[in-house]
Design a protein around this ligand. Structure first.
Ligand SMILES: [Fe+2]
Length: 175
């Protein structure tokens, strides 16, 4: 975990908390990883919102904008939760790229169906990471962080649902 949190932070940033030092560190590490992935997913969703093309342009363009807004709205809540438990959070785009586990997509052109499939998989990864972070919270009885994550998991599962349905072909084969 030390390699994932190279900064020790100033003692002035050590907000008082009744969570133990190890608990706070473990929870913050899990949250900072989710935060980095959330920023990466936010920008990829915007990227596809900007670059989507084809007959479903309006639907996809609008769907991805809604999803990007929803993802972005989680970032401040997650970062401030890390600060509330006396730990430090991400500081820059470079910091995001060092912590993110999702891959960027800098391709010159991506088929709309591939965009939806890639975002669906990325959102599923974020769901899995949030569930893992929730387990860490449960271990340390951090009910407040767990409660935030429960809402964000539900939101992400809704994004997965919409991406799945929007990505289906027009027949009843399910693909
Ligand atoms: Fe836009």
């Amino acid at each position: 975990m030390n390699h994932a949190t190279p900064r020790t932070g100033s003692p002035r940033l050590a907000t008082p908390t009744d969570l133990g030092a190890n608990a706070a560190k473990d929870i913050a590490a899990a949250l900072n990883a989710v935060l980095a992935d959330s920023f990466a997913l936010y920008l990829k969703t915007k990227n596809f919102h900007w670059h989507v093309s084809g007959p479903h342009f309006r639907d996809y363009h609008l769907l991805l904008d809604e999803q990007a807004d929803q993802i972005f709205a989680t970032t401040d809540v997650i970062a401030e939760r890390v600060r509330k438990i006396g730990q430090t959070t991400l500081r820059s785009i470079g910091d995001i790229s060092r912590h993110q586990r999702l891959s960027d997509n800098d391709a010159a052109y991506v088929e709309p169906s591939d965009m939806l499939a890639e975002l669906r998989e990325d959102n599923q990864r974020v769901v899995a990471a949030m569930r893992e972070a929730h387990d860490v919270c449960d271990e340390h009885n951090d009910v407040a962080t767990a409660s935030l994550l429960e809402t964000f998991i539900d939101d992400a599962e809704k994004r997965v649902w919409f991406l799945y349905e929007a990505g289906r072909k027009g027949d009843s084969s399910g693909h």
